[in-house]
Design a binder for this molecule. Structure first.
Ligand code: GUN
Length: 294
């Protein structure tokens, strides 16, 4: 079997076109959705991600601003920035790019972001909503994975899904979203014994571990849907995922490439979450569960 490639760029275009129409509608009402991104320090990869987020906002007519702060910024200074943005009526979404320098407590910063502007969905209030009910802001990467599966018509109910990785940004929220969609879910991680024993049974396999090419063809069930969340830079500068594309694409039925798979969807879902934040703050959306999976 040679897997069909899930084209994250094409699917992103589809959703961005829909979001642009909603942005246009808000602009007609006098409201331009705005995203503020804070980046602390000069990590090169983070700078590229932040630039891409800002460009994507502008491409659909949203306001974006990037606050690039020095690596020496203190936690109290950063909290002042977050407070200012919480109070700024032109800003509907706030994203503090992670990782932060070691001297800053990530959690303290995330908890300072107003939950109604927490477009990453990382605040305890939104993470709690995700577990118990439905978050207004599902974390962008796992949300993007769900939207890709939906676009490709992959049925989730009753399927066995294995998520490899237990991070707060991807693994844990991914498991919650798949569970809510009716999958039976196992979360594997670096301490899991006999990883292949789990992955080989998975109908849907999501790899989010951050280790280049660690999922190989012999670890995948024939016909499985394989989603690669990894972005790893090889010594030669090339980007590669957590999935060994060459061997897995011989076994899977559907597979995401790196680059051009999950990455563009993450940014697209950030646009969706920011747009939803603006609609909610303007009182145009009454409940948390409006258009998430419409
Ligand atoms: N760093 C890597 N991924 C993310 C993300 O989704 N949000 C934020 N804030 N930082 C990240």
């Amino acid at each position: 079997m040679t897997a069909k490639i899930i084209d994250g760029r094409k699917i992103s275009e589809f959703y961005r076109a829909e979001y642009k129409l909603r942005v246009d509608r808000l602009i007609e009402l006098g409201l331009r959705p705005g995203l503020a991104v804070i980046i602390v320090g000069d990590d090169a990869a983070s700078q590229v991600y932040v630039r891409n987020k800002a460009k994507a906002c502008e491409s659909i007519g949203m306001h974006s601003e990037v606050h690039a702060l020095s690596a020496a910024t203190t936690q109290s200074e950063l909290l002042v920035w977050v407070d200012k943005l919480n109070l700024n009526p032109d800003i509907h979404g706030i994203l503090v790019q992670l990782p932060l320098p070691m001297h800053i407590d990530d959690r303290a910063i995330i908890e300072a972001i107003h939950p109604a502007k927490d477009v990453d969905g990382f605040h305890y209030a939104n993470m709690g909503a995700l577990v118990i009910d439905e978050s207004p802001f599902p974390p962008c990467t796992p949300y993007g994975v769900m939207k890709m599966l939906e676009y490709e018509g992959v049925g989730i109910e009753g399927k066995y899904a294995v998520v490899v990785g237990r991070s707060n940004i991807v693994g844990k929220p991914q498991a919650m979203l798949l569970l809510k969609a009716g999958a039976t879910v196992t979360v594997c991680h670096s301490k899991t014994k006999n990883l292949a024993g789990f992955t080989r049974d998975a109908d849907i396999l999501v790899a989010a571990v951050g280790r280049a090419n660690m999922i190989t063809g012999s670890m995948v069930k024939p016909g499985a849907v394989v989603i690669d969340v990894g972005i790893n830079r090889l010594p030669d500068g090339k980007l590669t995922g957590d999935v060994d594309f060459a061997s897995v694409s011989e076994v899977a039925s559907l597979i995401t490439p790196v680059p051009g798979g999950v990455g563009p969807m993450t940014i697209t879902m950030l646009l969706g979450n920011t747009l939803r934040a603006a609609e909610r703050l303007a009182g145009l959306v009454e409940t948390a569960s409006e258009t998430l999976f419409a």
